[in-house]
Design a protein around this ligand. Structure first.
Ligand SMILES: Nc1ncnc2c1ncn2[C@@H]1O[C@H](COP(=O)(O)OP(=O)(O)OP(=O)(O)O)[C@@H](O)[C@H]1O
Ligand SMILES: [Mg+2]
Length: 281
């Protein structure tokens, strides 16, 4: 499948900084993949996402080299308006993304900015609310919603633009475990139903490892590990880079080294428990 995202030798240094935030970074993401980006605080994850959605170099100046292409078009030579339709971006804090007095006006905001005709806006807003199951919130005021609901409203605003690529920067950090799991369920559904591609910065790997096609670990601006979540998390190096390996994966690895459970794919807690029970039987 064609690559929706290609990062080739990207380096970026913020103007007031002595060292580069991203260093000679390469990544190719085929359409429809879910890629998780992890690594210690300050390693450059958000900077990399900014280089994908165009905030770098269009809004942040600095020393930029290499190339980032979305759908074959170079980010640095695309306009922000054009990029806004191709790359959806969910901020870590949905408050930064919610402006309007009602949920439906908020979701329509990006489309109104683009001058999309009214009937088209109506149908896309309804579609986005339907995908996220928030139709009944249409006329509510965003500020009175829960964090999980706000997150869905912000994501609906992103989806209404129908981007092929969606980037999420720590989307679950403000959410309780149940709402975080629901958000991950929505990502799975959007990939399945619409073939959307996701690049997700996330610390809570337990929620995403079963879903992700690829796990990329960054350190000091560089890509240091890349593979399937199983390859990266079983490899033993991830923890050295501050990646919190899910407890269930640690247990699976221990049991697998004794030949008690399979090691060819990552197991969920339920699957691991079932495997242990059948090994004991
Ligand atoms: N706007 C900015 N101006 C100057 N330096 C910045 C700016 N934003 C980030 N940096 C620096 O760039 C480096 C990478 O930061 P970045 O925010 O990309 O890391 P991160 O991996 O997203 O960290 P976190 O996990 O804490 O969100 C850090 O050294 C940071 O201090
Ligand atoms: Mg960050």
């Amino acid at each position: 499948m064609a690559n929706i995202l290609e990062i080739e030798g990207l380096s970026f240094r913020y103007p007031d900084s002595t060292r580069k935030a991203v260093v000679d970074f390469h990544l190719a993401v085929p359409e429809g993949e879910i890629v998780v980006l992890a690594g210690p605080s300050g390693c450059g994850k958000s900077t990399l996402l900014r280089a994908v959605n165009g905030l770098i170099p269009h809004m942040y100046s600095g020393e930029y080299s290499g190339d980032v292409r979305v759908g074959g078009a170079s980010v640095k030579s695309s306009t922000m308006t054009d990029l806004a339709q191709r790359v959806g971006f969910l901020f870590q804090n949905p408050e930064n993304q919610i402006f309007m007095f009602t949920v439906e006006r908020d979701i329509a905001f990006g489309l109104e900015n683009l001058g999309v005709p009214r009937p088209e806006i109506r149908s896309r807003v309804d579609e986005a609310m339907g995908l996220l199951g928030i139709g009944e919130l249409a006329l509510r005021a965003p500020y009175e919603l829960s964090d999980g609901q706000k997150q869905r409203v912000a994501l609906a605003g992103v989806l209404a633009m129908r981007p092929r690529l969606v980037i999420l920067d720590e989307p679950t950090s403000l959410l309780d475990p149940k709402t975080a799991a629901e958000l991950v369920g929505i990502v799975a559904k959007l990939r399945l139903d619409l073939g959307m591609t996701f690049l997700v910065v996330e610390h809570r790997l337990d929620l995403l490892v079963k879903l992700a096609d690829r796990l990329v670990v960054m350190n000091e601006g560089k890509k240091v590990l890349e593979g399937t979540p199983r390859e990266v998390l079983f490899g033993g190096e991830a923890e050295a880079y501050g990646v919190s390996v899910p407890a269930v994966t640690k247990v699976q690895k221990l049991l697998a080294s004794d030949g008690l459970v399979r090691e060819d794919e990552l197991l969920s807690a339920q699957e691991l428990a079932a495997a242990v029970r059948s090994a004991e039987a």
